[in-house]
Write a protein that binds this ligand. Structure first.
Ligand code: KG4
Ligand code: ZN
Length: 396
């Protein structure tokens, strides 16, 4: 089965193609992420309507590149007619995306239908206008190629990202070694601790009550005058080696909810604490590289400590055989280091499964893999008319 996957839940335009005879020999032919970071950077965060416009501009271009790299892009000898009936249906699908309508129609005229068996698309959770752009594109391709659609949950796709590499997939052949697992998904929009009985069977143990972990990184970075996205910037500065210049300066932040009895998180207080500290410093200090690095290090430490402490607590309580990590923040090296260290301290260390850095942040390869898993169950595959978006979609 060959699957084409589309992911536009936030600011990245992502398309991938994967194929396999079984779940275990599934492989990615190609995957491309077209990042919009440069466009959103001046705003210090994502601007949904701007992101949607960029998705409209990028989708056909990214699709063509992925098809080409996969050896599936073939031009028609001469431009093909698209029936009036199909054009009308496409117009209806792209009611609010006229630019994408034009580009898609051009593509259908110029290129042959590629050999794709099913289309996977992220339907939620995410930013509504962005989700619709990807979903409408998937609908148009589905209508034209005559293939069905498998809707994918973005959070579930992040769970699958950790097992995409060949050697990790080998592990899935002995599910008893991995499941039950606890999974921590930490991204710009979500922070969730999930009990995974097996792939496809989830229970949310806790989640953030306000800001997500990635959002905390982004907001703290903004206070410190660092560009968006803040996570990688804070990580870089946290590694900065300091001389004795500021040794008399102390920066201490709270560890919100670290000892609370539940598995919820709260990160908005952390950002406020950073702001208070920042405001009371002199201009000279707060603009110094030493202060910003000291604060970045302490903020990273505070976020990492809370995330690791609560995940390990859940691992113990539920006797999880593995800890699975996913989402943009799981690209953070310090987070993985502290996890490894704490897992080694356990009486019986569990497995630690995390995505390679490239697959921690949003991508369509994880959507392809997750969609492939879903497509094996016939009740998950749907006609394009039945597909819609769910901005607040929960894992079930
Ligand atoms: O999963 P993702 O690409 O998009 C969402 O679904 O939200 O996550 C993006 C988030 C951003 O908040 C970004 O600052 C954070 O992941 N992030 C990091 C790192 N790389 C990305 N946070 C901490 N350390 C990193 N190295
Ligand atoms: Zn994500």
């Amino acid at each position: 089965m060959r699957i084409l996957a589309i992911e536009t839940s936030c600011d990245d335009t992502c398309i991938a193609i994967g194929e396999g005879k079984t779940f275990f020999d599934f492989s990615i032919l190609d995957g491309i992420v077209s990042s919009q970071i440069k466009i959103h950077r001046p705003f210090g965060g994502i601007w949904p309507t701007l992101a949607r416009r960029e998705h409209q501009k990028n989708l056909v271009y990214v699709l063509k590149r992925v098809l080409k790299e996969s050896g599936l892009l073939k031009k028609n000898k001469k431009e093909k007619e698209v029936s009036k009936e199909k054009i009308e249906s496409l117009k209806k699908i792209f009611k609010k995306e006229s630019l994408l309508f034009k580009k898609t129609l051009e593509f259908f005229k110029k290129y042959q239908k590629p050999k794709i068996d099913v289309i996977a698309v992220t339907v939620g959770p995410g930013l509504e206008p962005c989700l619709w752009t990807g979903v409408n594109f998937a609908k148009a391709l589905s209508l034209y190629f005559g293939t069905k659609i498998v809707p994918v949950n973005h959070i579930e796709a992040h769970i699958f990202a950790s097992s995409l590499s060949k050697e990790k997939r080998e592990l899935l052949k002995s599910p008893k070694r991995i499941f039950p697992a606890v999974c921590l998904i930490v991204s710009g929009g979500h922070t969730q601790l999930i009990f995974v009985k097996k792939l496809g069977k989830y229970k949310i143990l806790g989640e953030t009550r306000d800001d997500a972990a990635g959002e905390a990184f982004d907001k703290i970075a903004r206070i410190l005058g660092l560009p968006y996205p803040g996570g990688p910037e804070i990580e870089k500065l946290a590694n900065y080696q300091m001389d004795e210049l500021l040794t008399n300066q102390v920066v201490k932040l709270p560890r919100p909810m670290i000892y609370s009895k539940n598995y919820d998180f709260s990160f908005s207080g952390l950002k406020t604490a950073v702001l208070h500290d920042y405001k009371r410093r002199s201009k000279k200090i707060k603009e110094s590289r030493e202060y910003i690095s000291l604060m970045a290090k302490e903020a990273q430490e505070a976020i990492v400590e809370v995330l690791v402490k609560k995940t390990i607590k859940a691992q113990k309580e539920f006797g999880a055989k593995s800890i699975i990590l996913g989402g943009g923040v799981s690209a953070n090296k310090r987070l993985k280091e502290v996890f490894q260290r704490e897992i080694q301290k356990l009486k019986k260390p569990c497995l630690f499964i995390f995505p390679e850095k490239r697959l921690a942040t949003d991508n369509a390869e994880m959507v392809a893999f997750c969609g492939y898993f879903g497509a094996k169950k016939s009740d998950k595959i749907k006609n394009w008319r039945k597909i819609r978006v769910y901005p607040n979609l929960k894992l079930q």
